[in-house]
Design a protein around this ligand. Structure first.
Ligand code: NAP
Length: 259
């Protein structure tokens, strides 16, 4: 299927690895030009060069911390009029919620709620004027199926989810959609590091813990980042203009409820 977005421009945040990079590659495969962000500029430049070469699209790298004003300004200066925005940032620490202090709750809210809201505010009215816009928030399956050890992530991302739903109906009439993708157990650096922290005292190796975690999934495996990227590209497609305010679980069937 031709997704109908060739020649569009996407700003993909936190995209030098993992899910963000997979979204960038899936969009590039559809002929979308990219501006990518991440904090480490050397890796980001390498990834930009690799995508440019593989897919023959333009790819610019705007390094910076997307959870800061300066990082967002750098991203928006490199890409002031995106057709597609993928909001993403690193997740907050895992651990016992009793131990987190006020500063950590505020930092999580800043990183995983406010940063995305600021990016949306900066670009969405321009998208509406141009009558095309696709905004994706990478959140987490924890939004629908919370886990105490990920309480910082849950609390912040629920806020973004509510905000997104609140404004989605204001923009769909201008062909601008906002949807969230909710990953669980995609094998990335972040997932391996979380498993390591949560199972540090188990006596098993990290590879054994990752294998056990995969085996506990109804899918009997981890998600592949390419699968995530492909869903992102479809939600950014010309065909998805009647689909907004949704929270799409990509969890290998783990979520147990109907809705
Ligand atoms: P990952 O493989 O560790 O990749 C994270 C990417 O984000 C890297 O490119 C990193 O580059 C960049 N990044 C991190 N913090 C940033 C910041 N403040 N500003 C700009 N770029 C930043 O992680 P992932 O698994 O793809 O996770 C992406 C998001 O999905 C996270 O919020 C994570 O919590 C969430 N999530 C993932 C899963 C999963 O199954 N993997 C499940 C639930 C939720 P730099 O370090 O150079 O900045």
């Amino acid at each position: 299927m031709d997704l109908g977005i060739r020649g569009r421009t996407a700003l993909v945040c936190a995209a030098s690895k993992g899910l963000g990079r997979a979204c960038a590659e899936a969009l590039a495969a559809e002929g979308v030009n990219l501006v990518l962000t991440a904090r480490r500029s050397d890796l980001l430049e390498q990834v930009a060069a690799s995508i440019r070469q593989k897919f023959s699209v333009t790819v610019a790298a705007a390094s910076g911390d997307i959870t800061t004003e300066a990082g967002r300004a750098a991203a928006l200066s490199a890409c002031p009029r995106p057709d597609i925005l993928v909001n993403n940032a690193g997740g907050p620490p895992v651990g016992d919620w009793h131990s987190f202090e006020r500063e950590q709750w505020l930092a999580a809210a800043d990183s995983n709620m406010v940063a995305a809201i600021m990016m949306i505010r900066a670009v969405i009215d321009g998208m509406a004027e141009r009558k095309f816009g696709r905004i994706i928030n990478i959140t987490s399956a924890m939004v629908k199926q919370p886990h105490a050890a990920l309480s910082l992530s849950v609390a912040a991302r629920i806020g973004l989810t509510g905000f997104t739903k609140a404004i989605a109906a204001q923009y769909v009439g201008a062909n601008v959609t906002i949807n969230s993708l909710l990953p669980e157990q995609f094998e990335t650096d972040r997932l391996r590091s979380n498993i390591q922290k949560l199972t540090a005292k188990s006596g098993r190796t990290l590879d054994e813990e990752v294998a056990a975690s995969a085996a506990s999934s109804p899918a009997k495996r981890m998600g592949r980042v390419e699968e995530f990227g492909a869903v992102c590209a479809f939600y950014c497609s010309a065909h998805a203009g009647y689909l907004t305010g949704q929270n799409v679980m990509l969890d290998g069937g783990r979520y147990p409820a109907v809705f």
